[in-house]
Design a protein around this ligand. Structure first.
Ligand SMILES: *[C@@H]1O[C@H](CO)[C@@H](O)[C@H](O)[C@H]1NC(C)=O
Ligand SMILES: *[C@@H]1O[C@H](CO)[C@@H](O)[C@H](O)[C@H]1NC(C)=O
Ligand SMILES: *[C@@H]1O[C@H](CO)[C@@H](O)[C@H](O)[C@H]1NC(C)=O
Ligand SMILES: *[C@@H]1O[C@H](CO)[C@@H](O)[C@H](O)[C@H]1NC(C)=O
Ligand SMILES: *[C@@H]1O[C@H](CO)[C@@H](O)[C@H](O)[C@H]1NC(C)=O
Ligand SMILES: *[C@@H]1O[C@H](CO)[C@@H](O)[C@H](O)[C@H]1NC(C)=O
Ligand SMILES: *[C@@H]1O[C@H](CO)[C@@H](O)[C@H](O)[C@H]1NC(C)=O
Ligand SMILES: *[C@@H]1O[C@H](CO)[C@@H](O)[C@H](O)[C@H]1NC(C)=O
Ligand SMILES: *[C@@H]1O[C@H](CO)[C@@H](O)[C@H](O)[C@H]1NC(C)=O
Ligand SMILES: *[C@@H]1O[C@H](CO)[C@@H](O)[C@H](O)[C@H]1NC(C)=O
Ligand SMILES: *[C@@H]1O[C@H](CO)[C@@H](O)[C@H](O)[C@H]1NC(C)=O
Ligand SMILES: *[C@@H]1O[C@H](CO)[C@@H](O)[C@H](O)[C@H]1NC(C)=O
Length: 786
């Protein structure tokens, strides 16, 4: 009764807003919202959450799910009589952003480019130690949405890679690491949050509402691409999921019952809570019944003079429960879901207080200065060393002709480009800067560094040790118009530092590097026959100068965080042998990329209420899958990255673990976090031996790609997909055998009819190599005879 009443309410709301959408891409109503069960080891914590809940009155229950005023980016208010000191939520995926004396870590993109599970885990530990040290219970990271459907997506760098397997591994490892320190991780943004433009609704000049962009995603693509890494983190026990601003199949992320009740809490068995992105809550009833558990930043004011701001939760929730529109059992489940991870991670057992400098830092960000200065707790420990290591491990050597790198005490070098020198617009990234190195992108995913080692300062330091002469020009406009600073003598090597910025709220419009990079390169290469290019970038760039023979080396150094200059000098001079691999594809031409961002700005449809329809018609074919499918030769392929050494592979073995593998996973009584546990069982065992055949110690990444038997899978299946990788450090002449297990989900496709992961019959091809197009050993295996 209640639900049918709700359904008709919802229909009215939809019709009013013109959200009834097309007949195809709509989100099926999926109610009720599943209750937490404690499955997966959270039973004892759930019992404690129940005991806590039993002591709350209705007002307090509403407080527990509604953000309040506080020094943190988000706050759940304390309840003093229960000795509950509240919850502090802080940005973001690469650092505790709103803090003094904290570290600026490498971005998720850089972590992905290391392909190093151990380093990714250590990064998670170190970041979480800083959140904890500052008294932040909940870290608003890591990011797996955007996944990277669009090459120019403005937030791709906050996440890892457009490959769901690599992203899932990196994100799950980050979640495990962070939560091992007792900090709750938040996986975001759920789901289909692939572009920034029109991510939120807006109001036209005449006052009508223009709905946010809707990501229209078919069921198979949802499972095999966008939901895949979320599933990995649910399996890893992530405490929180942040729902996204934009719509999915016409329905806003935070009230989409299909994605939240159906996919997340139902199919994946998620036991934690769904938190709204800041201001992404657009309703009371639809969100609560649609699976949202916490409204952020909420509205409650606890200052003596303050009054609550309007909120869809808070007092509205109390009223809706009191008159029976929302069952109190649903509110109880919301509170249980919020408190169970708190107890599970022992946050009731003494947690640091919120750092007293937090509010002052928050004010300083908007140039409201507070005196006297409040001393901050220094949480940086020895993390600078790890940051430096990850910065170089996430640097990809794309080209190195004539072994121009590593440098060996050159007599005379020149440094060019606006990415080389010290930052000139402050250490808390507040936007793009025309001159100054780029260590991270902007927005909620950035950091407030206490220092940034710029490439130029690190190179000058190294040059002083080596007795090298350094000439430099760092103003790209000057270089672009041919002012190379009156070079004399001509340098042995020209090092060019180029950058590409992006920040939350906007997408990129250029594929090339920013600030006249093409003109800059043309001027430098016309003079310098040994030009080494280093990019600091939020992601994919085209490189129209890459084949110029005067460009002898290219390094994609991504976003390395505060030790940027140290990390790149380690690579340039060979103190560290490069081992990063591209976590995306670099195309020859912009037009080689598919799935452009939907941008109606400036068109008549821009203010058409429901025109922002983004149909994910490319399905599974993003990034390298698209290049393979369309037969396009990339400039630098997914997985590519050179070393100062050479490596070879031998003795690939591939075998089915069982003689009889059923196509569908066995049914399960209880869904545990991650979904049916059978999906995670190993069904194929592969191993291969890798050798360092050069004369320098170094690491490489063994990569496994799987091709499904094309005759027995639905159309739209990619030619091959990454399904295993391992980074291996080897001395010259050393060999090591690597195990690459494939789990049931890895070798299945999502069958939309049976709503199940199925293993196809016939022969799988398994290729192992050092990139997606350098496949040196092949094998086949069948699990089900055709
Ligand atoms: C979106 O619509 C497509 C097409 O009908 C359907 O396959 C898919 O399951 C829907 N997904 C959601 C989350 O509503
Ligand atoms: C959740 O638990 C309550 C009891 O607390 C029950 O009334 C409700 O039906 C349950 N909901 C679901 C979806 O199982
Ligand atoms: C609920 O508890 C709060 C104290 O936490 C108190 O201020 C409020 O009056 C209580 N409400 C009811 C209805 O008992
Ligand atoms: C309830 O929500 C409506 C819509 O946002 C808002 O106008 C109103 O102020 C809210 N009430 C409370 C008590 O927050
Ligand atoms: C319940 O309360 C809400 C909020 O005050 C109100 O909008 C709604 O009309 C009420 N519903 C019923 C059935 O009384
Ligand atoms: C209150 O909580 C703190 C930890 O936050 C704990 O150390 C203390 O023992 C608790 N006090 C009571 C009375 O439970
Ligand atoms: C979107 O379109 C407008 C108008 O053409 C343009 O100014 C803007 O740069 C575009 N944005 C992006 C990110 O491409
Ligand atoms: C490109 O260089 C020209 C001068 O050659 C300058 O006017 C322009 O501002 C530069 N553009 C950027 C984006 O730096
Ligand atoms: C390469 O550099 C040399 C100067 O050393 C110059 O003469 C030549 O034109 C350059 N070639 C290209 C393709 O820029
Ligand atoms: C690189 O090697 C090629 C052929 O071995 C040679 O022609 C070219 O001059 C070399 N370039 C540099 C910068 O040494
Ligand atoms: C409001 O303006 C938009 C375009 O800006 C137009 O499409 C729409 O019809 C207008 N609505 C009303 C009610 O005037
Ligand atoms: C392995 O297979 C791939 C195609 O899947 C092919 O490009 C490659 O040459 C093969 N390698 C060997 C060593 O046969």
């Amino acid at each position: 009764m209640l639900l049918s009443l709700f359904a008709s309410l919802l229909a009215v709301v939809h019709a009013q807003n013109g959200f009834d959408g097309g007949p195809y891409f709509t989100s099926p109503e999926t109610y009720p919202s599943p209750n937490i069960t404690g499955a997966g080891g959270w039973e004892a914590a759930l019992a404690k959450a129940n005991a806590f809940l039993a002591q709350l009155n209705l007002t307090e229950k509403a407080y527990m799910v509604t953000g309040a005023d506080g020094a943190c980016v988000g706050t759940i208010a304390p309840i003093a009589r229960l000795n509950f000191s509240g919850l502090c939520l802080q940005d973001g995926p690469a650092a505790i952003r709103q803090a003094d004396l904290a570290s600026a870590f490498p971005a998720g993109l850089t972590a992905a480019a290391t392909w190093d599970k151990a380093l990714i885990y250590q990064r998670g530990i170190a970041m979480a130690e800083e959140f904890r040290g500052k008294g932040s219970h909940i870290a608003l990271g890591p990011v797996v949405g955007p996944l990277g459907r669009h090459a120019l997506g403005g937030r791709n760098w906050e996440g890892f890679s457009p490959d769901p397997y690599l992203t899932g591994m990196a994100a799950a490892s980050t979640v495990e690491a962070m939560q091992s320190v007792g900090v709750q991780a938040t996986i975001k943004h759920f789901i289909g949050n692939e572009q920034e433009i029109r991510r939120n609704p807006t109001t036209t000049p005449n006052g009508t509402t223009v709905a946010a962009v809707t990501s229209n995603i078919d069921d198979r693509t949802m499972h095999e691409l966008y939901l895949w890494p979320f599933a990995d983190t649910v399996k890893a026990g992530v405490a929180s999921v942040m729902c996204s601003y934009q719509r999915i199949n016409q329905t806003y992320g935070c009230q989409n019952s299909k994605t939240q009740n159906g996919l997340l809490k139902g199919e994946l068995g998620f036991q934690g809570y769904v938190m709204s992105d800041w201001g992404a809550t657009h309703a009371s009833i639809e969100t609560v019944l649609g699976g949202l558990d916490m409204d952020m930043p909420g509205s409650l004011s606890f200052s003596a003079t303050g009054t609550d701001r309007p909120s869809f939760f808070g007092g509205n929730l109390t009223a809706l429960v009191q008159n029976g529109t929302i069952p109190e059992t649903r509110l109880d489940d919301m509170v249980r879901r919020i408190m169970t991870p708190y107890y599970y991670l022992g946050q009731d057992q003494g947690f640091p207080t919120v750092d007293p400098s937090t509010e002052a830092i928050s004010n300083a960000r908007s140039n409201r200065y507070q005196l006297p200065i409040v001393p901050a707790r220094d949480v940086r420990a020895n993390h600078a060393g790890l940051i430096r290591v990850i910065g170089s491990a996430g640097t990809v050597l794309l080209k190195n002709t004539n072994n121009t790198l590593p440098l060996d005490k050159p007599a005379n070098i020149a440094v060019f480009g606006n990415d080389a020198p010290d930052v000139t617009n402050g250490l808390a990234i507040v936007g793009n800067s025309s001159i100054g190195t780029l260590m991270l992108g902007g927005g909620s995913g950035t950091a407030r560094a206490t220092y940034v080692v710029s490439p130029l300062s690190a190179l000058l330091n190294k040059a002083t040790q080596d007795g090298t002469r350094v000439q430099y020009v760092t103003d790209n406009s000057e270089i672009a118009r041919g002012n190379l600073g009156g070079l004399y003598p001509l340098p042995d090597v020209c090092l060019v530092f180029l950058k590409t910025y992006a920040g939350e709220g906007n997408d990129r419009s250029l594929f090339t590097l920013d600030y006249n990079s093409t003109a800059v390169m043309s001027q430098i290469t016309s003079v310098c026959s040994n030009t080494v290019v280093v990019t600091h970038s939020v992601g994919i760039n085209t490189m129209p100068w890459a084949d110029n023979p005067n460009v002898t080396a290219i390094l994609a150094a991504h976003l390395p965080g505060q030790e940027s200059g140290s990390s790149i000098v380690d690579i340039l001079y060979g103190a560290v042998n490069p081992s990063g691999k591209l976590p995306y594809t670099i195309a020859r031409n912009e037009s080689d990329y598919n799935a452009p961002i939907l941008n109606l700005t400036g068109t008549p449809d821009s203010y058409n209420g429901d025109a922002w329809q983004s149909d994910f018609t490319e399905g599974l074919m993003i990034d390298y899958r698209h290049f393979d499918n369309a037969g396009i030769e990339p400039l630098f392929e997914f997985g590519h990255g050179l070393s100062y050494s050479t490596f070879s592979l031998q003795d690939l073995t591939v075998q089915a673990v069982s003689g009889n593998t059923p196509s569908a996973p066995s049914a399960t009584d209880q869904v545990t976090p991650g979904g049916n546990p059978a999906l995670w069982e190993t069904v194929i065992a592969a191993s291969v031996t890798v050798s360092n055949t050069g004369d320098v110690a170094g690491a490489t990444v063994v990569q496994l790609y799987l091709s499904m038997p094309q005759d027995s899978v639905p159309s739209g299946t990619p030619t091959k997909v990454l399904r295993g990788f391992e980074k291996v450090m080897l001395q010259p002449g050393e060999s090591s055998t690597v195990q690459l297990p494939l789990r049931r989900r890895d070798v299945s496709y999502w069958d939309v009819v049976s709503q199940e992961w199925l293993i196809p019959s016939g022969e799988f091809s398994i290729s192992v190599g050092f990139s997606s197009r350098d496949l040196q050993a092949n094998g086949t295996v069948s699990l089900i005879s055709s």
